[in-house]
Design a protein around this ligand. Sequence first.
Ligand SMILES: NC(=O)c1ccc[n+]([C@@H]2O[C@H](COP(=O)([O-])OP(=O)(O)OC[C@H]3O[C@@H](n4cnc5c(N)ncnc54)[C@H](OP(=O)(O)O)[C@@H]3O)[C@@H](O)[C@H]2O)c1
Length: 262
Amino acid sequence: MKIGFIGAGSMGGALIEGFIKAEIDKKNIIASVKTKEKKESLEKNIGIKVYNDNKKVAGESDILFIAVKPYMFEDISKEIKHNIKKETTIISVAASITNNDLIKLFETEKAIRIMPNTPVKTCNGFIAIVEKENQNIEKEILDLLSKVGMVKIISENLIHSYTAIAGCSPAFLYILIEAMSDAGVIMGIDRKTSIETAAQLFKSVGAMVLESKKHPAELKDAVCTPAGITIKGVEKLEENALRSGLIETILASYNKSIESEK
Ligand SMILES: NC(=O)c1ccc[n+]([C@@H]2O[C@H](COP(=O)([O-])OP(=O)(O)OC[C@H]3O[C@@H](n4cnc5c(N)ncnc54)[C@H](OP(=O)(O)O)[C@@H]3O)[C@@H](O)[C@H]2O)c1
């Protein structure tokens, strides 16, 4: 089964690297990009076959990811739609192209809208798949995407919520890691160790929430001794409105995502 990519920048590239990390044979992944420089760098650094030829990749793929900017979809669809095999499933990662847009642009019902995030590169990403009317998402597609992260099938009216909370949040969380590492440096820990410590903390508390299935408030309470050290920090965190700041941050991206689809 050939997995093709039209576009292999931040998002397409992260999916490709995730699939390779998940031990999909490099020989079965192909991509097409715009520039010769990007083609050469992907071939050299990732080791897959890359073309500057969208039609070729479209024609050879059994699953075809479209990972270009949303404004390019119209031109790309006109260019490749007659080269895509009837059985090929098209998977779009674009933020503001709807399921119906995909069906119209590529003239096929075999098109799926997903919202992944760049941590798929580590096989620990998150992928929202938009459900299809009267059609199940094929097991083959679920199995493939599950290799690079947690998969949730969502209704399309929640796509902007998932764009904000899963697609955009890595940026916010990197800032939180950086801020925690600043605190570490202020307290005398070197930068590298501070960053590693903060990143490990995010990883471990995420695992605690997922594995314990407990509400985060219960887990928080469990580490706050009455009159203790931790609750003093929690008091400061609330005083500085980190909680509402984060909610407003995610809602700002949510509103921008809605605007960009209009
Ligand atoms: N970045 C994210 O975190 C993220 C998250 C979720 C969804 N998305 C979605 O992913 C899509 C791509 O975003 P991105 O951030 O990955 O953009 P990007 O880094 O700019 O990558 C775009 C890719 O498209 C290629 N390209 C441009 N014109 C092309 C053409 N005519 N034919 C073939 N390939 C062409 C570029 O090739 P060159 O490298 O040669 O220029 C590049 O590899 C967007 O629709 C976005 O909504 C992104």
